[in-house]
Design a protein around this ligand. Structure first.
Ligand code: AQP
Length: 347
């Protein structure tokens, strides 16, 4: 039977990159999966603390994160929605995997290297830069592997930035199974059609929650006015017409890509460039703003409704039930793992 697992960090309301690159796919999978397919979607709070977080803010973001999952159309009866830290097995398996995972492989991870500002494997590590970085940031792909493997996931829907981490998770399976027998399952990656949504302000960078400029991203709960403002200030170029050329015109091409993901007729960016070719940039941005606002209207309304439903009691219930079901699922794997490794069973 198939098991689908994916996660999102509670580091702010999801943006269009998270939505198109991952969340929308989660809903599609939920709505099309066979009844026997198990679906688990996690708010990965333990990943969020690899960078400093304010406890109060983190609690708020976790709550809002859960509300956004419900707002986009995930059904908590069908999909198991849970906070990562409420299932201890994730961290227990992480430790066990750490004991067979390769430091060399981890140090080649692009995200880690970008934190070290390394350009290639042979650059000497700057001791002062290295000492400021935290162990959790270095080893978080092991936790990510544990998230997936503890639920025996067969498929993991993610954006392109996560493909290297998925490859590492498969490597963890090979290492573990080599040492202890064929107990863990290697997961397949499901890449969304919107592999990499780019920043509105710096279209050579991916849209991200942590970028200092909030105008660089559209949040899925943004009002039409805010969406309009962000799009009008999106960086384009000085050619006042529309064409699709990601290399020469990354800003306009990103807007065309965005539009295509929301296009009711399913037209791709190149086709839309022909349709809107004669519009000026301002007019075109208005079209994009209106299309995105209308597409997100339902999410925005459901989000506001769910967040305060029954004075918060509904979210409490979803949290509790999700944690219970996720724990049960993870504990079944841990019983096998503990037995294989020779550890005590405490489930
Ligand atoms: N720009 C993007 N395009 C396509 N997919 C994206 N994802 C993130 N950004 C884009 C996908 O969203 C899922 C959840 O991501 P995450 O919250 O776990 O962390 P992230 O990838 O680090 O997202 P951000 O927004 O870039 O956060 P910060 O700025 O905090 O690092 C993943 O499946 C990811 O692929």
């Amino acid at each position: 039977n198939q098991v689908i697992f994916s996660g999102i960090q509670p580091t702010g309301i999801p943006h269009l990159g998270n939505y198109l690159g991952a969340l929308q796919q989660w809903v599609k999978l939920q709505n099309t999966a066979a009844p026997s397919t198990k679906l688990l979607y996690s708010i990965v709070d333990l990943h969020a603390i690899t960078l400093p977080q304010d406890a109060q803010k983190l609690r708020q973001w976790k709550r809002e994160g859960l509300a956004t999952l419900l707002a986009i159309g995930l059904d908590p009866e069908r999909s198991i929605l849970f906070h990562q830290s409420s299932v201890f097995a994730h961290t227990e398996l992480m430790w066990i995997l750490s004991c067979t995972a390769s430091m060399g492989y981890l140090s080649r991870m692009t995200q880690w290297k970008s934190k070290l500002s390394l350009t290639d494997d042979t650059s000497p590590l700057e001791e002062s830069a290295k000492s400021k970085l935290k162990l959790g940031l270095f080893s978080y792909p092991v936790l990510q592997a544990a998230d997936i493997l503890v639920h025996r996931a067969t498929h993991v829907p993610v954006g392109e930035d996560q493909s290297q981490h998925l490859e590492f998770a498969r490597e963890c399976v090979t290492n573990f199974n080599h040492a202890y027998g064929p107990h863990l399952i290697a997961p397949k990656t499901i890449m969304s059609p919107a592999k990499r949504v780019m920043s509105l302000q710096e279209p050579h960078l991916k849209m991200s929650k942590s970028h200092v400029d909030p105008r660089s991203r559209i949040l899925i709960t943004d009002t039409p006015e805010i969406i309009y403002k962000k799009l009008m200030s999106a960086l384009t170029d000085s050619t006042n017409s529309i064409s699709y050329d990601p290399v020469a015109r990354p800003g306009v091409s990103n807007l065309l890509e965005l539009l295509s993901h929301f296009d009711a007729e399913g037209r791709d960016a190149q086709k839309l460039a022909v349709v809107y070719g004669d519009l000026g940039l301002g007019q075109f941005k208005k079209v994009v703003a209106t299309t995105i606002s209308e597409s997100l209207a339902g999410i925005r309304e459901k989000y506001a409704q769910v967040l305060n439903q029954d004075g918060g009691a509904y979210l409490d219930h979803v949290e509790r039930e999700g944690a219970r079901r996720a724990r049960e699922n993870a504990n079944a794997t841990m019983a096998i793992v503990r037995e294989a490794v020779g550890l005590s069973d405490h489930s």
